[in-house]
Design a protein around this ligand. Sequence first.
Ligand code: HDE
Length: 696
Amino acid sequence: MKKSKQTPDAMPKDHLTGNGGELHQVAGALHPPMTNQTGTIVSDDENQLKAGERGPSLLEDFFYLEKTQHFDHERIPERVVHARGFGAHGFFELTDSLAEFSKADVLTQVGVKTPLFTRFSTVAGNLGSSDLARDVRGFAVKFYTSQGNWDLVGNNIPVFFIQDAIKFTDLIHAAKQEPDRGFPQAQTAHDTFWDFVSLTPESTHMLMWIMSDRTIPRSLRMMEGFGVHTFRLVNAEGTSTFAKFHWRPKLGMQSVVWDEALKINGADPDFHRRDLWNSIDEGKPAEWELAVQLFDDAFADSFDFDVLDATKVIPEELIPLRVIGRMVLDTNVTNHFAETEQVAFRVSNVVPGIDFSNDPLLQGRIFSYVDTQLTRLGSSNYQQIPVNAPKCPFANMQRDGHMQTLPQKGRVAYSPSSLEADTPRQDPANGFKSFAEAMQGEKARVRSESFGDHFSQAHQFFYSQTETEQNHIVSAFIFELSKVDTKAIRERMLGQLANVDPAIATRVAAGLGMGGPIKPVATGIAARTDLKPSPALSMLAKAKETLEGRMVGCLIADGSDGELVLALETAVTKLGANFKIVAPKVGGAVAADGKLIEADFQLAGGSSILFDTVFVALSEDGAKLLSTEAAAVAWVHDAYAHLKVIGATAESKPLMKAAGVVSDEGVVSGGDADAYLTRAAKGRVWKREPKVRTIY
Ligand code: HDE
């Protein structure tokens, strides 16, 4: 190994070699000497210390002992729920002050950029599960405000399964792997989940949402987020206003189709994290608007449902969204474990001006998040971990504990005290004060009658969807219930669906092949059918016609038209999309003009499910050759069956034929790049769907 005394620019020399070591040059880069955790330089990292060349190892080998002991303890308990997550740093910039309603700096100081950390997650799967499981996505944001940390720990769906936190344990036990067999992983398509929800009518509205395509998002960058609960904002005068929080993605919402999700989980289980990481890494930050729905007691009292019931939405048509700022995620983590795994969100992290409502789900969460971190992170000092620590000054009388890292100075660790002048004191004028809500009532374990209607909003949600989306909800119910072995559970679930609307139950029953009359489950309050549809609840009704942030895949082989591929790449890049070339070999293909076109993916590793739209840029010979290649046929066939817009050169016909492609408005052949991109920007070809799968 060549040794060099040169120091890399970015690193101060004394930091790297201040312990007497030297920089080492390997493959052109300079490396500092390796040390153990206490700074002693390691001379040999390949061999244990042994008694003799072929003798036993010695316990004295403190380098080996430390290295292995650290490795043995690398894992910490994963989160009980939301174990699989992915995070990024960024900022929140307020654009519209809410000073009239809140005294929080973060909601009143227009233009100020508040740093934040956001972690997205799936709920049911374990740490090593796949990104595209059908599941709710966690959408948790930690704002490091000038007045302390504010955690908005939300989801990508605005309602929840249950109304009272005491049922959370049961819900999660039913959804996760069945305890005797330890499977299935990361899915609700099994008996225990449907057993529980079919006996829990309050979950029916949420079931409509999770059977919709919201639970199979195309990208974390393309999903909405919601605070779910009603919160309170409190202004300088102590007046309270109710608020619901909404995140709106700048790129618009988009999902994949179910068959695609199943295949993506195999082709790239890290699909969502790779997408977010790459996009930030390429200098394309992910962005959302933060909006609020604000309302007072008078609205709350007059609304058809209880605003404290987390199984209900307040339609935007009733209380419009007010956009107040934007979140930009522009920085990837340096270390996934240190940041994304160790981040500890706490619903109880609020700042003066933001307060809780009495939603019994929210109230229960206030305890759970603080408690769970102790098991996960092992010490009550977990808030000192950099990703959790506030970025504003903090001081109190809490001391010691496992892994204390703060040099807590002075004799005084109590209050009141008189010995030292600079010890912290309570501050009634500026400190957090709970909203002084008048309380009354008897102590009791009850569910308010105002929480009693479980079906009306489920009905409203279904009929607020486009026809395509309704079809997908029905298909998802059929898929999930087809995996339920116990017939009585399937029947009971059909009975709950009949409470939402007999037509939905009949369609699902038809797909399951379960004939005979459907018996509605007895219910206290029947579904109202007079609630106006809310188009804001549909994804397709608000879909953006854009290719920005999307992926275009282009299939080439030897003999492809290099100029066409280049022109396409230029046009795609101009639209803000990513252009990826797929070829039989990753080294690329030789174009008709003899030039090499490098590929991003080899055919089998770059299936069309990874792209939003595809272009088949083959020569006649190339198309003939690939029409007998299963991976190429599947590439085109999948794109077609997943309703993608397919562009193709006229010469690609043999492959298109082998893949069963039938011409329609989304098949743009003839090699016209502009016509192809114009149609591709409009999104999938939903009209094709009845031709490729049965609609029940
Ligand atoms: Fe959570 N939830 N939750 N939850 N939740 C956790 O906290 C809990 C609920 C949500 O990226 C846990 O740190 C209870 C609703 C997100 O680290 C745990 C109840 C919503 C995350 C916990 C709920 C959420 C969690 C597990 C019923 C949307 C991931 C690990 C009252 C508004 C945060 C942890 C991250 C995580 C408890 C219901 C969102 C066990 C008791 C409703 C995004 O504390």
